[in-house]
Design a protein around this ligand. Sequence first.
Ligand code: PNS
Length: 169
Amino acid sequence: MRRAIFPGSFDPLTNGHLDIIRRSLPLFDEIVIAVLQNPGKNPMFSVEERTAMIGEILPLVEDGRCRLVVDSFSGLTADFARRRGAQAIIRGIRAVADYEYELRMALMNRRLEPAIETVFLLAAEEFSYVSSTLMKEVFTLGGRVEGLVPELVEAKMRGKRGGQTPPAA
Ligand code: PNS
């Protein structure tokens, strides 16, 4: 059983995340989407809201088997990966700017858990500028994020803003 975790804040899930999940599915039997419980940050969505949204968006069952699992964790990603019996940690790389931070994390995680490999996957070029932080900023300031986040996420973001849709471009 080849199992990987895909850790992140997912506040909120973007189409860039979905792209990475789709690319990782042929490589692993099971992928655990691991939502970090990070009370320090000031999130748009609670961990419960994020995990529920991911569960609603993704077809978690394929051919009667659950290949995508959604879970949340606190503490070290490396510890969570070991506890879940994962062989790999998946991270998406959008542009060269991501690489330095990701490299440091991957090397630290390898030091903590030498048997667990970090697997970097390249996001589609069309999502190379898409981040949860940017989506929240643009949306909060009244910009449109359609096509960059799943429709359900956009609807929930709208709910947070009182249901208003920005005018068409
Ligand atoms: O989606 P993000 O915010 O880029 O994800 C970052 C995440 C959750 C992968 C990273 O912050 C993390 O692993 N946090 C858990 C604490 C931890 O293990 N820190 C040491 C990393 S080497």
